[in-house]
Design a protein around this ligand. Structure first.
Ligand code: PMP
Length: 465
């Protein structure tokens, strides 16, 4: 077989891909019929496909390319580390400079009570780690019955058995991932879809108080931790009502429940602070990290852990847990360089004070579109709710997500990556996006919304369920 390069005809690449490559979260039949979009290179906020189309990537890859594509500094950091020490493990009393330096850097950036990190290869592995960590912690504290973790429906915490179980995605649970024992789900704070006639504030309180009810039902002595994303990302960029997180925090404090903030998406600047926990006033005991930690240039995740937990574990002997790539030196070197760029270019401040507010103002203008019932954002993550009836927040007649999919297809055709979750449209562009690029994003989004609307009218589908 000849070498497979970017220069092969797209059709041949698509055929090989469909023949041999099982894709995540993809319908193989659809893939075979339509052929994958093949991305060949990227620069800044723009990706280019094998047909030469330039597409504005308003999803930062998969919420990760904070510093943008094509950063030579990250390439150099990886190359230097590969030459010096391409791999060594951190098991059995060994360490290396990149893992040490990154641990210290993360301790500096994390909230004051958090000064320790356990490294993993991904966000899923970090959440699996969290399950074991909190149970091990409570056992070490002499409370071995505290084993249950409470999570939310429509939360996303990864795709391993542990992460998938913590997540509240029913379509995952029905495919070989039944929720493992010791995990309990409560409802999500999704006012638009589930708030009915309540005010967002009252609804936020009501949903948070489900945590209290669950703790009382399960028994305080049996509950180890609550886990939530400060803003649900994969669930559709669900920005909770302002009352939600303070009430969750109060309940966790009252019942001595550890609070895990899954910041795989919200970490490292996405919401305009280093951590989404700071944006929402959360005081977590554990923070899950991945994605923007390395801007996605190389896989890495981890669990940031409070002093209280780390000190307790330190007294408890071996922690019988770890991954070959925990603290991988090349990944750690890239993460360090990525964090240096974020600091030096003041990208967190840029999101908070400049491009975040600029995007918010432009995004809100989409509210006048006949399809758009909600246009919300925090920092550089934003969401649109598509609806046939804004006043009643109605769903479309027909299968959920069909309209969102139409819109996403129009976006791709118009040179924009905007993802759909059901009939919500979501974006999370790189932190380096400029005002002019945000203008382009909005123009392409509006054009795509127009085309979606016209096609729905034409097909008689602009109708409530
Ligand atoms: N937690 C959250 C909040 C996520 O958004 C994701 C990935 N989208 C994960 C965990 C899982 O991370 P990974 O895909 O790196 O395993």
């Amino acid at each position: 077989m000849s070498a497979i390069t970017n220069h092969m005809p797209t059709k041949e690449l698509q055929a090989l891909d469909a023949a041999h490559h099982i894709h995540p979260f993809t319908d193989s039949k659809e893939l075979t019929a339509a052929g994958a979009r093949i991305i060949t290179r990227a620069k800044g906020v723009t990706i280019t496909d094998s047909e030469g189309h330039d597409i504005l990537d308003a999803m930062s890859g998969l919420w990760c390319v904070g510093v943008g594509y094509g950063r030579q500094e990250l390439v150099d950091a990886a190359a230097r580390q590969m030459q010096e020490l391409p791999f060594y493990n951190t098991f059995f009393m060994t360490s290396h400079v990149p893992a040490i330096a990154l641990s210290a850097k993360l301790a500096e950036l994390a909230p004051d009570n958090i000064n320790h990190v356990f490294f993993t290869g991904s966000g899923s592995e970090a959440n699996d780690t969290n399950i074991r960590l909190v149970r091990h912690y409570w056992a070490a504290k002499g409370k071995p019955t505290k084993t249950t973790l409470i999570a939310r429906k429509n939360g996303y915490h990864g795709s391993t058995l542990g992460g998938g179980s913590l997540g509240g995605m029913a379509p995952m649970h029905t495919q070989g991932c039944p929720v493992i024992p010791g995990i309990h789900h409560i409802d999500q704070p999704h006012w638009w879809a589930e708030g009915g006639d309540m005010t967002p504030e009252a609804f936020g309180l009501e949903r948070a108080r489900q945590l209290e009810a669950a703790i009382l039902e399960l028994g305080e002595d049996n509950v180890a931790a609550f886990i939530g994303e400060p803003v649900q990302g994969a669930g559709g960029v669900i920005i909770p009502p302002s009352t939600y997180w303070p009430e969750i925090q109060r309940i966790c404090d009252k019942y001595e429940i550890l609070l895990i903030a899954d910041e795989v998406i919200t970490g490292f600047g996405r919401t305009g602070n280093w951590f989404g926990s700071q944006t929402f006033g959360i005081r977590p005991d554990i923070i899950t990290i991945a994605k923007t930690l390395t801007s996605g240039y190389i896989p890495m995740g981890g669990s940031l852990v409070s002093d209280e937990i780390a000190n307790t574990l330190a007294e408890a002997g071996d922690f019988n847990h770890g991954y070959t790539y925990s603290g991988h030196p090349v990944a750690a070197a890239v993460a360090l360089e990525n964090l240096r760029i974020i600091e030096e270019e003041q990208l967190v401040e840029r999101v908070r004070e400049d491009v975040g507010p600029y995007l918010a103002a432009k995004w809100k203008t989409l509210l006048d579109h006949p399809l758009v019932g909600e246009a919300n954002s925090v920092g550089l993550m934003a969401t649109l709710a598509l609806t046939p009836d804004k006043a009643s927040r109605a769903k479309f007649k027909g299968p959920e997500g069909a309209v969102g999919l139409r819109c996403r297809t129009r976006c791709f055709a118009n040179g924009l990556v905007m993802r759909h979750v059901g009939d919500r449209m979501i974006i999370a562009p790189p932190f380096v996006i400029t005002h002019a690029e945000i203008d382009t994003l909005i123009t392409r989004a509006r054009k795509s919304l127009d085309e979606t609307y016209e096609s729905l009218i034409k097909d008689g589908l602009f109708v409530s369920a």
